[in-house]
Write a protein that binds this ligand. Sequence first.
Ligand code: SF4
Length: 328
Amino acid sequence: MTAQPTNLSGLDLRAEIDRLRKERKAVILAHYYQKPEIQDLADFVGDSLELSRKAAATDAEVIAFCGVKFMAETAKILSPEKIVVLPDLDAGCSLEDSCPPDQFAAFRAQHPDHIALTYINCSTEVKALSDVIVTSSSAETILAKIPPEQKIIFGPDRHLGGYLNRKFGRDMLLWPGVCIVHEAFSETELLKLKAQHPDAPIAAHPECPAHIVDHADYVGSTSGILNYAKATDGDTLIVATEPHIIHQMELAMPGKTFIGAPGADGNCNCNICPYMALNTLEKLYLALRDLTPRIEIEEGLRLEAKKSLDAMLAMASGTVGQGDLGRP
Ligand code: SF4
């Protein structure tokens, strides 16, 4: 269960977290969508693919994962010998919630000639039912390696799947899940903002609906958007993804202006992920102090889920070819 905040007044939380990090031989990983104060004290800040790789490579004894549950579970799948803690166990994801494993298994059974290419934003059980996991960083590289005649189920994000279908001319069957954060951007408000900043390019995450992505000058993962911000000319960029990524942009490019794309009410605050926001410095401190809430995964399930993650890591780094897909 989630550690309950106690009276922490008077504690220097940053100093205490630092002390516990050393005592526990812990590494603190933070997703780009975490609050700035958490990003600032993390050992590593990244997107899902980077954090997956970091989790696999670290020799720390404890991973404190400041992100959402499926990310911490991914770290545990890849590092079963380590203690993995998530500051708030209620930090879920609307995409994971949209895809119950029993319904996904039934869908797969209806399409036995399809492989399942599955976005990493899903439960461990759904990973275990999938052939290859993708992240928004790796999806295009991996899809490009799958023969065009191979039939594919893509889940759970229908917007990312739709974007890939359009870009690659595929007709993957799409699971109907959405990210509630990226779904909330408003095309009308985005065009109003663009009219105020006509020279500012728009960078969008592929979890956005087509009516947002279609206006983007760049479409890519959070890491991709960050790199685009560094590479592109101009002093202003409109950013259509969860706005906490802007913290890293402002650190790296203090002279540039980054504007979060607005939601329906014109206020980009509605695009803050409510799940990511559950993690706080207080809960991170308690998680390191008490080594709870801990991620535990039954070993048989972990090994099944690991196959699809291994396939992703191998294909994303180019060590697997077209013939290596599919479960035995
Ligand atoms: S931003 Fe969307 S996809 Fe990411 S954790 Fe939040 S709800 Fe899930």
